[in-house]
Design a binder for this molecule. Structure first.
Ligand SMILES: [Mg+2]
Length: 278
């Protein structure tokens, strides 16, 4: 799909959870509780230890599932996701009557880029009133990790990453995850806009040259080119998507960088792999 003539973007990558709907829905908290219960029920962890272990796994491996697999636990992703996501209170995700129209109006290629599994993604989108077909493509847990679903008798694909150890599970904010999304997007990273609520993910995207928008925050993180409190203010905060010109009068907390110096320029971005791994 051709981008708007005057837009600096050819593609928009959109996270799902806490980005297309607000964190206040409580899905993130409920997910953490379910992970703790999974660690207790499936891995023999005590209730006192579960939350701390979840945080440790997240910090060290990018996610609890990635950590469990890296540590040798025989956990299948489908089992994990059905336990952790399958019992979420989806009724807390309120229908957003404006979201589908907003997404449809984005003239660029749109790719949903989520660490979540496909079943969760579909339930969340259904609650939001968004047809999956609005997106030109989807990058989710299953598409980033096809080798986790390969039969045991089949040979694993050779690693293309040379001397860098390949993570067992590929998720944002790893370089491999961002590269996977860029391959699907098929665009120059410098002309790709990445929206996510995670500062960690935004930092990883910036390190690979993406233009970045931190969602759910009034103030930009260091690596974010934009900050918007909710997806509903996308048009006001980043009118460049539609070929508009960004406001420079500082008319709101979400406007570009009015108090924090000049917006970072593409030429200053160094395209080097980060040390962040899932
Ligand atoms: Mg998110």
């Amino acid at each position: 799909m051709a981008a708007a003539a005057a837009s600096p973007f050819d593609c928009v990558l959109l996270d799902l959870d806490d980005t297309l709907y607000p964190g206040s829905a409580g899905i993130g908290l409920a997910t953490k509780r379910n992970i703790d219960e999974f660690l207790m029920a499936r891995c023999g962890v005590t209730a006192e230890r579960a939350s701390a272990l979840r945080v440790e796994l997240f910090r060290s491996y990018g996610s609890s599932l990635a950590g469990l697999i890296a540590l040798g636990y025989d956990v299948h992703p489908d089992e994990y996701h059905s336990y952790v996501h399958g019992r979420l209170p989806y009724d807390r995700i309120a229908a957003d009557p404006n979201l589908a129209g907003l997404l449809r109006s984005i003239p660029q290629r749109k790719v949903l880029f989520t660490n979540s599994d496909r079943a969760h993604m579909r339930k969340a989108l259904q609650r939001l009133g968004v047809d999956e077909a609005i997106f030109d493509d989807v990058v989710c847990f299953e598409t980033m990790n096809p080798r986790l679903f390969i039969g045991e008798d089949e040979p694993e694909p050779a690693s293309a990453s040379g001397d860098r150890p390949r993570p067992a599970v590929i998720l944002k904010p790893s370089v491999d995850a961002i590269v996977a999304a860029l391959r699907v997007a098929g665009t120059n990273p410098h002309r790709t806009l990445f929206l996510d609520d995670s500062e960690r993910n935004i930092a990883a995207g910036k390190a690979l040259g993406l233009r970045t928008a931190l969602v759910g925050k009034k103030v930009r993180s260091k690596e974010a080119d934009y900050a918007l409190e909710s997806i509903g203010s996308l048009r006001r905060t980043i009118p460049e998507i539609w070929g508009g010109v960004a406001s420079s009068n500082g008319g709101g907390g979400e406007q570009l960088n009015n108090k924090q110096g000049m917006r970072s320029e593409l030429d200053s971005i160094v395209l080097e792999p980060t040390s962040i791994h899932a």
